[in-house]
Write a protein that binds this ligand. Structure first.
Ligand SMILES: *Cc1c(COP(=O)(O)O)cnc(C)c1O
Length: 348
């Protein structure tokens, strides 16, 4: 890996961040707060939230087995994705390399930040080849984007290939593990100490059932976390989100139960799809969704919309011709989907 100073944008490295009132006092016992121009009425919403979300990070640290100082919290993972560009990539000069197909936000954020995005096609099993990724890199490549389990395909990427990238790429490898809670595989965040050039993304939006509160996280070296903290909005995680996340983290057993149910339902629904005459391929999944190649994805999608059932039409995505992406719902919802598909082909 290059020196972090050489990977980081110069203006960000040299940035003197905004120092909030709450930043400056922290640590001492106090009971009169006349430092932040807050209103003394309307407790508890009158006070600015902790800019570094210390209580929440302490709880997450225990749960994720990562020291609190290696955790960044964002307004969804999307904030962390955007920060990767704003911290590392000089607009109009630097570029990033990413697997294709994958989650759309990596490219959208690249476009917003005027950073060249270099997609590298996965193979026909949606697997990654480290050599091909490295071939797409040059001296201006700051980031490599990996997503495992990948979206929209649902499969885990080969950890040996990812390790090759971590071992030989001179920039930062970002590994989005948004769906890792559903996979029974080793998480890359457990290898944080070995890889100063790795950023791992997690989210409360999927297995934790908290998409509405917008809480995503990045695990990385303390130096990278320090850069993120410098650039983020001072109070990026509001108090309602911090409280609700802390409450949710107290019920890990409930989340584990949801994960078991969703995995069982996924297997049922994938079996049902594989028996449908209008389904050509059901791709293997380690997530809470799966990809299915259909006889006519567009037509089936429209038929389902007419029934009030919305799935994701991915048929325009590379390697995903005629594919629908199906999120696993409750049993009754999954059964309604299968019944509608049976009705569709009975009318053909
Ligand atoms: C859903 C998803 C996320 C979650 O984004 P949030 O902003 O945390 O809701 C992140 N990465 C991938 C690949 C996803 O599919």
């Amino acid at each position: 890996m290059k020196e972090l100073k050489d990977l980081c944008r110069k203006n960000i490295w040299n940035l003197a961040p905004y120092s909030s009132a709450r930043d400056e006092y922290s640590g001492h016992e106090a009971h009169v707060f006349l430092d932040a121009n807050e209103n003394p009425y309307n407790t508890p919403y009158n006070r600015y939230p902790d800019p570094l979300q210390r209580d929440l990070k302490t709880a997450l640290s225990k749960l994720k087995n990562v020291p609190a100082e290696n955790i960044f919290l964002g307004n969804g993972s999307d904030e962390a994705i955007d920060l990767c560009y704003r911290v590392f990539c000089n607009p109009g000069i630097d570029n990033v390399v990413a697997i294709e197909p994958t989650y759309g936000m990596y490219k959208v954020c690249a476009d917003i930040n005027d950073v060249e995005y270099r997609p590298v096609l996965l193979d026909e099993h949606f697997q990654i080849n480290a050599e091909k990724m490295l071939d797409a890199c040059d001296e201006h490549t700051k980031l490599i984007w990996i997503c495992s389990p990948n979206n929209p395909t649902g499969n885990l990427l080969d950890p040996d290939e990812i390790h090759k990238l971590l071992d030989s790429f001179q920039g930062i490898v970002v590994i989005d593990e948004a769906y890792a809670d559903f996979a029974l595989a080793k998480c890359f965040r457990t290898e944080l100490q070995d890889y100063p050039n790795m950023i791992v993304l997690n989210t409360m939006s999927k297995a934790w059932g908290c998409a509405a509160i917008r809480l995503g996280m990045a695990f990385a070296s303390t130096d990278i976390i320090g850069l993120f903290n410098k650039v983020k909005y001072p109070y990026n995680i509001n108090i309602l989100t911090q409280k609700q996340a802390l409450a949710a983290l107290n019920d890990k057993l409930l989340v584990d139960k949801w994960i078991r149910i969703i995995r069982d339902e996924r297997n049922n629904l994938m079996n049902a799809f594989s028996e449908l005459p209008i389904c050509d391929v059901v791709y293997p999944s380690n997530a809470n969704f799966f990809l299915a190649k259909m006889s006519n994805a567009e037509d089936i999608y429209n038929f389902l919309v007419g029934k009030g059932i919305i799935v994701r039409n991915r048929s325009k995505v590379k390697l995903c011709g005629n594919c629908l992406r199906i999120t696993i719902g409750k049993r009754s919802e999954n059964q309604e989907l299968v019944a509608a598909l049976r009705e569709y082909y009975s009318k053909l």
